[in-house]
Design a protein around this ligand. Structure first.
Ligand code: ATP
Ligand code: MG
Length: 399
């Protein structure tokens, strides 16, 4: 089949081999690609699916460029995490490789400050925001404080009381690459994720999911993605990505439905990092990982690959959280995977890892994918499976 990566034995550089890249790495292998995976963590779980691994940070642009040249890759992709998306676009441009994003669009998609400016110019509804100077001045509470150039909830906080403001600003500044701190109006309401795929400027909305998040101090951390969502703000997701200039490849758009209607929290021009592509395949029968692989290799996308086959009534990814302490082992995974409707259980960490309290996404311990005849049935299957997975930890802090 023309446009099928399997026919090409193409060489692909994948930035990241952590939990957020697992699904794409598995799919790359399934599609017969030769995969070179990059991660600074030698124990990254995704390395198991790579043909070659490089212990290089996904933020080391020069190291990645050197590797791409040396390995004579046909494409570069950064699934699941923001910052390397811009690196992938620049490296692809430098090597004359096809790529779904041009470097300028990739910057708009990975820098929250630049993105807010662009969305404002385009009149896309979003929370009011401003960049703080050294003197914060008057800040209306509640608000959300964040580092504009980080992801995964690093440096992100919900501030409800005055006493929380200065520590939140200090933490965001510490996390921020540029030293800038962004303060935003809190959009209070349910959160929806729109997963979509673009082909030559044409928008194809795929799974729209509820993002169920943790409370502070783990503000914004996803605990589950649930399909179908309670609202479907796809027109807004489309307008937001168009404003940034995205015309090809996957987009992942976080939207909160507040009192003033749906507002864009953030657009990412990549696959979601919470197994969103696998959820899409389970829910709609669309191989979103495969589509992203094709986009990264500059392959033509046949329309049939985007056809939705609505086989199930509900589907979800539920994340697992372990108790604090050093991981000794995990029990009950087989039992959990045997629960009807459960597709898989993924574990993010190996024995020896020390779990702290849940604060940001990378503190999570794993995930369960489940389907059902309804959304509630999928959620119930995932809850049943999650309850069967036991993380044995030692040396938990004494309360
Ligand atoms: N202005 C806001 N109003 C309401 N909720 C917000 C706001 N900003 C962020 N959040 C919450 O925090 C989550 C993460 O926000 P954001 O995308 O800005 O940070 P991030 O570090 O890039 O996280 P992620 O990696 O999950 O995208 C959002 O999905 C949402 O739940
Ligand atoms: Mg984000």
């Amino acid at each position: 089949m023309a446009g099928d990566p399997e026919q090409r034995g193409a060489r692909l550089l994948v930035l990241g081999a952590g939990p957020a890249q697992l699904g794409l790495l598995e799919a790359a292998r399934r599609h017969g690609l030769f995969v070179i995976a990059v991660d600074r963590d030698p124990s990254a779980p995704g390395f198991a699916h790579a043909d070659r691994r490089a212990i290089v940070s996904t933020e080391d642009e020069r190291g990645i460029e050197r590797l791409a040249r040396a390995e004579r890759v046909d494409g570069v992709i950064a699934p699941g995490i923001d910052f390397p998306v811009a690196i992938a676009a620049r490296v692809a441009r430098g090597l004359g490789l096809p790529h779904p994003l041009d470097p300028a669009t990739a910057v708009l998609a990975t820098n929250k400050e630049r993105q807010r400016e662009r969305l404002a110019e385009a009149g896309v509804p979003q929370p009011r925001s401003r960049v703080l100077d050294d003197d914060a001045g008057r800040v209306e509470l509640p608000c959300v404080v964040k580092a504009p150039d980080r992801q995964g909830q690093r440096g992100l906080a919900l501030v409800r009381e005055q006493a929380e403001l200065q520590p939140a600003i200090a933490a965001a500044r510490e996390a921020s690459r540029s030293g800038h701190v962004l303060v935003e109006e809190l959009v209070d309401g349910p959160e929806i994720t729109v997963n979509a795929f673009w082909v030559g400027g044409e928008f194809h909305p795929l799974t729209v999911t509820d993002r169920l998040t943790a409370e502070p101090p783990a503000f914004g951390v996803a605990l589950a993605h649930v399909w179908r969502a309670s609202a479907e703000p796809v027109a807004l997701a489309r307008a937001a990505a168009e404003a940034l200039g995205v015309a090809d490849g996957p987009t992942y758009t976080q939207i909160r439905v507040g009192p003033e209607g749906p507002q864009v929290i953030e657009v990412a021009a990549r696959l979601g990092g919470g197994h969103d592509a696998e959820l899409c395949e389970a829910a709609l029968g669309v191989d979103l990982n495969g589509l992203a692989l094709s986009a990264a290799l500059g392959e033509a996308i046949e329309p049939g690959r985007l056809r939705i086959r609505d086989g199930v009534g509900g589907a979800c990814v539920r994340f697992l959280v372990a108790p604090e302490g050093e991981l000794e082992g995990v029990r009950g995974v087989e039992e959990a995977e045997a629960v009807e409707g459960v597709g898989w259980v993924r574990l993010y960490r190996r024995p020896g890892h020390r779990f702290g309290p849940l604060r940001i996404g990378s503190d999570r311990a794993g995930a369960v994918l489940a389907v059902g005849t309804s959304r509630d049935e999928a959620l119930a299957a995932a809850a049943d499976a999650a309850a069967r997975v036991r993380f044995d930890v030692v040396g938990a802090p004494v309360a």
